[in-house]
Design a protein around this ligand. Structure first.
Ligand SMILES: *Cc1c(COP(=O)(O)O)cnc(C)c1O
Length: 425
């Protein structure tokens, strides 16, 4: 046998509780604000679109949030996910660095997103909700929520950004297989969608527009709530299963990371891999560097402003303090649809403003090259979003080579790219 490449956990190692980083911030983050009164939002303000249990998590400052047993059971369909060491990539780079990746593409939908879709569907059903409305960019969140809703007996309505609806028919078919209804956004289903379509019939759509449609659908249909796949605090909490498992797996590997890397669209998978390691930086004096990688064409963390902004285009959501390109920002129709969001999770933004995250942006072509090298050495075809993290991992490994020193690198491989190949050619 050669070098160990897999560090496997078993079902009982799935975390029993999610980690809430808000409990450990040295200075508290800015509260969400009510858009009308400009005062800190109260839990009641969010109950129009979210169920009480989710609102409670959104405002929680409790360090650990217990996971319902039924949620853990469903997560065990694919969790714990593998942690792998990419020795073939290391060899190709001729680097003394050790490169590990956590593989979240192992879920039924092919990404990390079911980690939050499953608890969100569970809490909605628990609170008596019958129908969930949401938006999706590349289709990853919509398909994850479709699956989760079906498993818990909820109806699911998805507004899919028009450009992706055209380019990614397989994700739409996956949603329909899981029993959801999927509309191209802007759609004729909502007043906001009809207004945008009348102004620009050929618009490519955007996540901000699709969010506005899903929110309008929610408030105009009884028994319906809204679900968001990234950005908000509760989504970041749910994703911490990634990092909590990775910590145990690195113990099996007998190493501790010098640097932890995740790609960042709305910030949830980065939060998922990074926050549990950030906790050990706070509480055990560890010095792990946390690198968040975004596309140069949608650079909220590296070029955006840190201020209050709306989460959507129609300005209906609470105001969130975050790094943002502005709520009317229209990113170019780049391949990595999941990284097109104009803002960044307030929790990730706050950690960044404290100087504890190194944000980085890469161009599309260098990201493609990294993805190709990874596929040709490790076998897996990564999602275009995840490939941003791979590019950063490779750069870290090449720096280690220049220094002639070992560096332990862990990155999150947020999803596989088998349904994204049409956008590569
Ligand atoms: C949605 C998605 C992302 C970006 O979303 P975050 O909330 O920033 O994690 C990254 N990778 C994949 C595979 C995705 O589907």
């Amino acid at each position: 046998m050669g070098t160990s490449t897999r560090f496997d956990l078993v079902q009982k190692d799935i975390p029993q509780a999610w980690y809430n980083i808000a409990a450990d911030f040295p200075t508290p983050m800015a509260p969400h604000m009510h858009p009308g009164t400009q005062q800190p939002a109260k839990p009641d303000d969010m109950l129009a679109i979210f169920p009480p249990s989710i609102v409670e998590q959104e405002f929680s400052t409790q360090r650990w949030i217990e996971m319902p047993e039924e949620v853990r059971d469903v997560l065990s369909l694919w969790r714990p996910t593998p942690l792998m060491r990419s020795v073939r990539l290391e060899k190709a780079l001729d680097t003394p660095a050790h490169i590990y990746y956590k593989y979240e593409g192992a879920s039924p939908a092919g990404s990390h997103k079911p980690n939050s879709a499953v608890p969100q569907a569970w809490y909605n059903r628990h609170d008596g909700v019958k129908r969930l409305a949401t938006e999706t960019g590349a289709g990853q969140w919509g398909s994850s929520l479709s699956m989760a809703c079906k498993l818990f007996g909820l109806e699911c309505i998805v507004y899919m950004v028009a450009s992706s609806y055209k380019q990614k028919p397989y994700r739409r078919m996956a949603m329909e297989t899981w029993g959801a209804t999927c509309h191209s956004s802007p759609s004729n289903e909502t007043a906001f969608g009809r207004k945008i379509r009348s102004e620009d019939p050929h618009t490519a759509g955007s996540l901000g527009i699709a969010i506005s449609e899903a929110v309008e659908d929610t408030v105009t249909h009884p028994g319906t709530k809204y679900a968001l796949g990234s950005v908000l605090n509760h989504v970041c909490h749910h994703q911490t299963v990634i990092g909590l498992e990775a910590i145990k797996q690195m113990e099996l590997a007998g190493e501790y990371p010098d640097v932890v890397i995740g790609c960042a669209g709305g910030g949830s998978n980065f939060a998922g891999i990074a926050f549990p390691f950030a906790r050990l930086n706070f509480t055990e004096g560890r010095k792990t560097r946390l690198v968040a990688v975004e596309p140069a064409s949608c650079p909220s963390l590296t070029k955006g402003e840190f201020r209050y902004d709306f989460g959507d285009t129609a300005m209906t959501t609470p105001l969130l303090k975050m790094y943002t390109m502005g709520n009317d920002f229209m990113p170019p129709a780049l391949h990595a649809g999941g990284l097109r969001y104009h803002g960044m999770a307030p929790l990730v933004s706050h950690l960044t403003s404290l100087g504890m995250v190194e944000p980085r942006a890469y161009e599309q072509m260098e990201v493609f090259a990294a993805a190709t090298l990874f596929a040709q050495t490790e076998g897996l075809i990564p999602a275009p979003e995840s490939s941003h993290a791979i590019k950063a991992a490779i750069d870290e490994a090449l720096e280690a080579k220049k220094e002639g020193k070992k560096r332990v690198i862990v990155f999150n491989l947020s999803g596989h790219g088998l349904l994204d190949l049409a956008s590569v050619v």
